[in-house]
Design a binder for this molecule. Structure first.
Ligand SMILES: Cc1ncc(COP(=O)(O)O)c(C=O)c1O
Length: 400
């Protein structure tokens, strides 16, 4: 009995936040560390966005806003949904949260009864699992075959649904694999869900704008309009506009769901920062060229990193179609020994070894539910990625 609630044992702290903190601590202690664990663009927030925030402060927009967000930002979000996704959400069908993460949290808190199941394609963004647990739900991973580009098939979905299933979470482009679902695949999921009216879909579109090789983005409610009333479309400005620290995400969904989510938010944060909301308007309404330019840069980094990793014996990397992560397999190094005699028995051991031997911080695949893989964020310069791959190659060559 240490005064900490038993609910705290049900979920974990964010693994990537923890790994990034370890890397930062080592760097602060003087170690030469390359941190490839963080899920945020290395680019600056665009100047016009920063200017909009400063102007908002000067206008004294520094007070509490409406719980579900400012009318001006909701209008910008509604226009974005219409323009980019062909989705028509009214103001009372939109909630602005402190990041997409809070929108997801609000949704799970507002809807899950104890024991309700949340289907999460595996490998997954780990917060889906922990947020579902925190809200007393049961996250149910749905394995996605690497041979199918880590994409769930309609049959996988059908087999995973039970009478307790409440949500299916879709994330495309996906963290950590970069998998992208086509509109046809989404329609096949909708055909399965037509037989299960209790199941809602949370479409996490946060990586919408980071797409490679001409891949086309599709979101669930757009591909399957008949599912509009059962879909929460989640997005935000963090990844597209390099605004992770501004903490603005948003969701569009049926009015009664949005109302319940706003009730949760009213007791957690009241509303996100007024300044962040003003900045998000500028991001959504301002020039969009930067978004495509940066996506192109991510694609160059992906190509560079994949080529470098695939030259390393024991490592094999597939080409993600979007987002800014690589998710290489490290099966070929398992069972080998480090120079000081430790056996690399798992991807966790491999990630530890890379950090200890060469100062390269990566995430182990186990954190995303799939071994033996590891995740590298490619949101770093080509120089940093090149140096990281050189070090990974040297670390692998030193294994016996
Ligand atoms: C798949 C996915 N969804 C949501 C988020 C959270 O984004 P936000 O910064 O808007 O809370 C992340 C962040 O890493 C993510 O990878």
């Amino acid at each position: 009995m240490n005064g900490i609630a038993s609910r705290m044992d049900r979920f974990e702290e964010s693994a990537s936040a923890r790994a990034s903190q370890i890397a930062r601590d080592l760097a602060a202690a003087g170690r030469d560390i390359l941190t490839l664990t963080t899920g945020e663009p290395d680019f600056p927030t665009p100047e016009h966005v920063k200017r909009a925030a400063i102007e908002a402060m000067r206008r004294e927009e520094t007070k509490y806003t409406n719980i579900s967000g400012t009318p001006a930002l909701k209008a910008a979000v509604a226009a974005k949904f219409r323009r980019e996704n062909g989705l028509d959400y009214r103001a009372d069908q939109i909630l602005i949260g402190a990041g997409a993460k809070q929108v997801i949290f609000n949704a799970m808190m507002a809807t899950l009864e104890p024991g309700d199941e949340v289907l999460v394609p595996l490998p997954y963004y780990v917060s889906y699992m922990d947020i579902a647990r925190l809200a007393e739900g049961i996250p149910v991973p749905v394995a996605c075959a690497p041979g199918n580009g880590f994409r769930m098939r309609a049959d996988d979905l059908a087999a995973a649904i039970t009478p307790r299933t409440r949500w299916l979470i879709l994330n495309s482009p996906a963290n950590p694999t970069g998998a992208v679902y086509s509109a046809d695949e989404l329609r096949a999921f909708a055909a399965v869900l037509a037989r299960h009216p209790r199941v809602w879909v949370l479409a996490d579109d946060i990586y919408e704008h980071i797409l490679f090789d001409g891949a086309k983005f599709a979101t669930f409610a757009e591909a399957a309009p008949e599912m509009f009333e059962r879909t929460l479309t989640v997005n935000g400005v963090s990844k597209a506009y390099a605004m992770t620290g501004w903490r603005i995400g948003y969701g569009g969904g049926p009015k009664h769901l949005i109302k319940a989510m706003a009730k949760v938010q009213s007791q957690v944060t009241h509303a996100p920062s007024s300044i962040g909301q003003a900045a998000a308007i500028a991001a959504l309404e301002g020039p969009q060229e930067l978004v495509a330019e940066r996506s192109h840069l991510f694609q160059q980094r992906r190509d560079f990193t994949a080529a470098a990793l695939n030259k390393i014996p024991g490592i094999s990397a597939h080409l993600p179609q979007g987002a800014f992560y690589m998710f290489p397999c490290c099966a070929g190094v398992l069972g080998r020994r480090t120079p000081d005699g430790q056996v690399i028995a798992s991807d966790k051991d491999f990630a530890h070894y890379l950090l200890a031997a060469e100062g390269v911080a990566v995430m182990d695949g186990a954190a995303y539910g799939l071994s033996p893989y590891f995740r590298i964020s490619i949101a770093s310069s080509i120089e940093v990625l090149g140096e990281a791959c050189t070090r990974i190659e040297r670390a692998c060559a030193a294994l016996k």
